[in-house]
Design a protein around this ligand. Structure first.
Ligand code: NAD
Length: 250
C-alpha cells in the first residue's frame, strides 16, 4: 500500500515550482490531488494524472476568503474528505520600504499571510469534523527567520506565517491535526528566477549564500512536505523545518 493511498491532498499554488513538485510526488504515493491556483494549467494536470491517481483543478485566489471556503467545500464534495493541505501559494516584493506602495504591501500580505489564515480556517473546520483529523503544511521561507533587502512585505508575511502555524498547531494538537511549516532556501523556480536580476553573477551570489553552494530543487522541498504531512511525522507539530542547504547555519 502506498503511503498516501486513500488520502486527499489540497495544494495551493500547485501549478508551478514547489507546489507542482509536491502535487506530483504526493500523487506518486497514491493521494488524490486538488490543485488550487489562479488559472488551470493543462500540462500540470496531465503530469499529475500520469502518476495514476485522480487530480482536479479548482480556480482559487488565496487572497479571497470566499474562494478558499468554496474550494475546500468542493474538495470534500468531490473526494469525501480533506486529509492534507499544503498552503503554498506565494508572491514576493522587491522594493525598499520607503519606496514600497501601500498596494504592494497589502498584495503580498494578502496572499502570503492572510491566504494561509483563510486556508487554515476552512481546512481546520473540515478536519475537526473528521474523526481521521488531518495534516497541514504551510510554506514559509528562510525569510521566516532572517531578512534581505527589498522584501519587507515578504519577510513580514513569512515571519508571521510561522507564528500562525504554531498557534494553529497548539489549538488543534488534541484534535488529531498537526500543523507544520517548511523554510526553503533559494529554490530554482519561476518565483525566484523571475524576480532576480538575471545573469550568472546573481545566480553565483544566491548559490554562495548556501553552505552547499547551490540552489535547491523543488523536489527537495516537496520531499520535506511528504514527510511532514505523513504519519512518519506523527509526533511533529508546530515545527518550522528549514530545508535550505545550510543557509541558516551562519
Ligand atoms: P512559483 O511562482 O513557481 O509558484 C507559485 C504558484 O502560486 C503559481 O502557480 C501561482 O500561480 C500561484 N499563486 C500566486 N498567487 C496566487 C493566489 N493569489 N492564489 C492562488 N495561487 C496563487 O513559486 P515557488 O517558488 O514554487 O513558491 C512557492 C512557495 O514557496 C511560496 O510561498 C514561496 O514564498 C515559497 N518559497 C520559495 C522559495 C524559492 O526560492 N523559490 C524560497 C522560499 C520559499
Amino acid at each position: 500500500m502506498k503511503r498516501y493511498e486513500n488520502k486527499v491532498a489540497f495544494i495551493t499554488g500547485g501549478n508551478s515550482g514547489i507546489g507542482k513538485a509536491a502535487a506530483i510526488l504526493i500523487a506518486r504515493e497514491g493521494a488524490k490531488v486538488v490543485i488550487a491556483d489562479l488559472k488551470e494549467d493543462a500540462e500540470t494536470l496531465q503530469e499529475v494524472a500520469q502518476e495514476g491517481t485522480e487530480v482536479k483543478f479548482i480556480a482559487c485566489d488565496v487572497s479571497k476568503p470566499e474562494d478558499l471556503e468554496r474550494a475546500i467545500k468542493e474538495t470534500v464534495s468531490l473526494f469525501g474528505s480533506l486529509d492534507i493541505a499544503l498552503n503554498n501559494a506565494g508572491i514576493v516584493d522587491t522594493t525598499p520600504i520607503h519606496e514600497k506602495s501601500v498596494d504592494e504591501w497589502h498584495r503580498v500580505l494578502n496572499v502570503n499571510l492572510s491566504g494561509v489564515f483563510y486556508g487554515m480556517k476552512y481546512q481546520l473546520e473540515q478536519m475537526r469534523k473528521q474523526a481521521s483529523g488531518g495534516s497541514i503544511v504551510n510554506m514559509g521561507s528562510i525569510m521566516s527567520q532572517v531578512v534581505n533587502f527589498g522584501i519587507g512585505a515578504y519577510a513580514s508575511s513569512k515571519h508571521g506565517l510561522v507564528g500562525l502555524t504554531k498557534v494553529a498547531a497548539l489549538e488543534n494538537a488534541t484534535h488529531n491535526i498537526r500543523v507544520n511549516a517548511i523554510g526553503p532556501g533559494y529554490i530554482e523556480t519561476p518565483l525566484l528566477m523571475d524576480n532576480s536580476s538575471s545573469g550568472l553573477e546573481q545566480r553565483t551570489y544566491m548559490e554562495s549564500k548556501h553552505p552547499m553552494k547551490r540552489l535547491g530543487r523543488p523536489e527537495e522541498i516537496a520531499k520535506a512536505f511528504l514527510f511532514l504531512a505523513s504519519d512518519d511525522a506523527s509526533f511533529c507539530t508546530g515545527v518550522y523545518l528549514p530545508v535550505d542547504g545550510g543557509y541558516l547555519i551562519e
